[in-house]
Write a new protein. Structure first.
Length: 94
């Protein structure tokens, strides 16, 4: 599993995360900022992974979510709920 942290350059300091399962060539995106859609899109394309889900973990007062735009671009399922990470003896799993 690979995790890419995307720090927004729009002055908000927003952090988004692209989590890639290299074994299945799938990925999920967490808290995308609309100002970073181009950067995020390029990372997804470079990863050669299929984006399956987009998670907005909470309401964002500091930025507008890019989930809707990325959903259209990559046909991913938007999920507006908290991401739950299970920690097992093998490490973190989605």
């Amino acid at each position: 599993m690979k995790i890419e942290q995307i720090r927004s350059t729009d002055g908000t300091g927003t952090l988004s995360y692209l989590v890639i399962d290299e074994a299945t060539a799938t990925a999920v995106l967490i808290d995308p900022n609309i100002e970073d859609v181009h950067t995020i899109s390029e990372l997804i394309r470079q990863s050669n992974a299929r984006l399956t889900h987009i998670f907005d973990t909470h309401t964002h007062a500091d930025h507008i979510s890019g989930a809707a735009e990325l959903q259209v671009l990559f046909r991913a399922r938007p999920t507006r709920s908290a991401l739950i990470v299970h920690v097992s003896p093998r490490g973190s799993e989605l």
